[in-house]
Design a protein around this ligand. Structure first.
Ligand SMILES: NC(=O)c1ccc[n+]([C@@H]2O[C@H](COP(=O)([O-])OP(=O)(O)OC[C@H]3O[C@@H](n4cnc5c(N)ncnc54)[C@H](O)[C@@H]3O)[C@@H](O)[C@H]2O)c1
Length: 437
């Protein structure tokens, strides 16, 4: 096994940069500030509430993850954002309508102090919205340079030592990678030529990596997931992660499907549909944006069920995913799943799920954990794709020759074992050999 890294201790302040200051980003920022003021609990966050077992079960040692590895304390965090709308974080949060007026009032002063920097935007990549808080430049490379200047200025103005970025911008339309994504050289030439194949989110990712800033992608679009930027991440020794926060229906899928597979229950079909009425839902109402989401949501079952190994159980199931934009529900999504399974002697059974969930409430702790873990990874000298953070994603990024791991429980074990490895303690395999002398 590789020797554990020299973990650089935390010192100074951490900047969390958010391209996209919408429902998820503002729910995250408001929540962190409420937690810092002692007004709320960080429910759903592994870095804040999770524990990790060290040693044998008989040792009864399970420290908090935050005490086991050196994570940036919430008190040391500063926020920065870019958005195509000039609204402050308070106005954006009020429009998003996730948190109540009463909750927002508690941190209004703080949220009003956060104003988004001008965005890099291309309406060809995000349909149905358009804003005025947008940069202009002579080329896409020029826009990337402006983002790098934003990052450098943010660090000086906020007295920040290190930064991490988490893409919380809208889902961009689906585009297959082209030659421009293949090598860093081709990508940089593409930036200079303003290639139409380079999405705004990829320009942010490039600017972050060039600035030594770890980058996680919360949306399903490519952003940082192609060979050219993998190459840049390794060259600059910067960790990257993605894609698409695992919340709502996909979270339920990656909880349930491993259970069916463990018990060798077969699957005839899984139909998922939902209604949601936030701005994300509006953007996803456009078929090309939905295509990005669909690609990301559909892969999950295929990888968990491994039909090539279990053709009789999973060789022939239908998997359908629908998203319906329905304004009255705002951010409070309702998702229905109908699952047709079969058991002993092929007898059919059905499971129905009605999940009245809150998308951004599920996503906000993911943003926090990703930011703190990516900062930790960088201080551990880890670079490139961070597969141990697959736990947080619908469509986990992997090295090119590997398939993604979707099973939430394997993902959690991998995450915790990575933390154990970082600290040089024994990994937990659940073998229990101590009882078989
Ligand atoms: N909420 C969830 O549970 C969840 C789960 C998985 C993924 N996501 C993804 O996270 C992202 C954010 O979701 P949300 O609900 O906050 O959406 P949102 O529409 O409320 O916020 C997105 C923000 O990004 C801004 N934006 C768009 N293009 C931009 C650009 N090029 N530069 C800067 N800002 C830009 C928009 O103006 C908007 O304010 C979406 O891509 C969504 O698909 C969300």
């Amino acid at each position: 096994m590789k020797t554990p890294p020299d973990l650089r201790p935390v010192s100074g302040r951490l900047g969390i940069l958010l391209p996209g200051l919408g429902a998820v980003a503002t729910t995250f920022i408001a929540g962190v500030e409420m937690i810092r003021r002692g007004l709320a609990e960080p429910v759903g966050s592994l870095t804040q509430m999770g524990t990790i077992r060290v040693g044998k079960r008989t040792d009864a040692t399970s420290p908090r993850i935050g005490d086991f590895v050196p994570l940036a304390p919430l008190a040391s965090v500063e926020f920065g954002a870019w958005d195509i709308f000039p609204d402050s974080a308070y106005t954006a949060a009020s429009k998003a309508g996730v948190l109540s007026k009463e909750h927002l009032a508690l941190v209004k002063d703080f949220l009003e102090g956060i104003h988004p920097m001008k965005a890099v935007f291309d309406p060809g990549y995000v349909k149905r919205i358009d804003g005025v808080n947008v940069k202009t430049g002579t080329s896409k490379m020029h826009l990337a340079e402006q983002l790098m200047e934003d990052i450098a200025r943010f660090k000086v103005e906020r007295g920040v030592d290190r930064c991490v970025a988490v893409w919380c911008g809208s889902t961009e339309t689906w585009r297959a990678p082209t030659a421009v994504h293949e090598t860093l050289e081709a990508f940089e030439q593409g930036l200079r030529d303003s290639s139409d194949d380079i999405a705004p989110s990829a320009i942010y990712a490039y600017a972050c990596l060039r600035s030594g800033v770890p980058y996680a992608n919360g949306a399903p679009n490519l952003s940082v997931d192609f060979p050219a930027l993998h190459e840049l991440a390794r060259r600059e020794s910067v960790p990257i992660a993605g894609k698409d926060f695992k919340t709502g229906q996909t979270l339920m899928k990656t909880i349930l499907a491993p259970g069916f597979k463990a018990r060798l229950l077969g699957l005839d079909g899984w139909y998922s549909t939902n209604i949601l009425g936030n701005r994300d839902g509006e953007v996803l109402d456009d078929p090309e944006s939905f295509k990005s989401k669909e690609v990301s949501k559909l892969g999950v079952l295929e990888h968990i069920f491994q039909p090539h190994l279990y053709p009789k159980l999973y060789g022939n199931y239908s998997h359908v995913v629908r998203i319906n934009y329905y304004p009255p529900r705002g951010d409070n999504k309702e998702g229905w799943d109908n699952i047709d399974i079969f058991g002993w002697l092929n007898y059919p059974m059905q499971i129905k799920i009605d999940f009245l969930c809150r998308d951004s409430i599920l996503a906000a702790p993911i943003v926090l954990d990703l930011a703190l873990f990516l900062d930790l990874a960088q201080r551990a000298g880890m670079s490139g794709v961070q597969e141990w953070l697959s736990f947080y994603f619908k469509s986990p990024m992997t090295a090119p020759e590997l398939y993604p791991e979707h099973d939430l429980f394997i993902q959690l074990m991998k995450l915790k074992n990575t933390l154990r490895w970082m600290r040089g303690v024994e990994l937990i395999t659940h073998l229990g050999l101590e009882y078989y002398d």
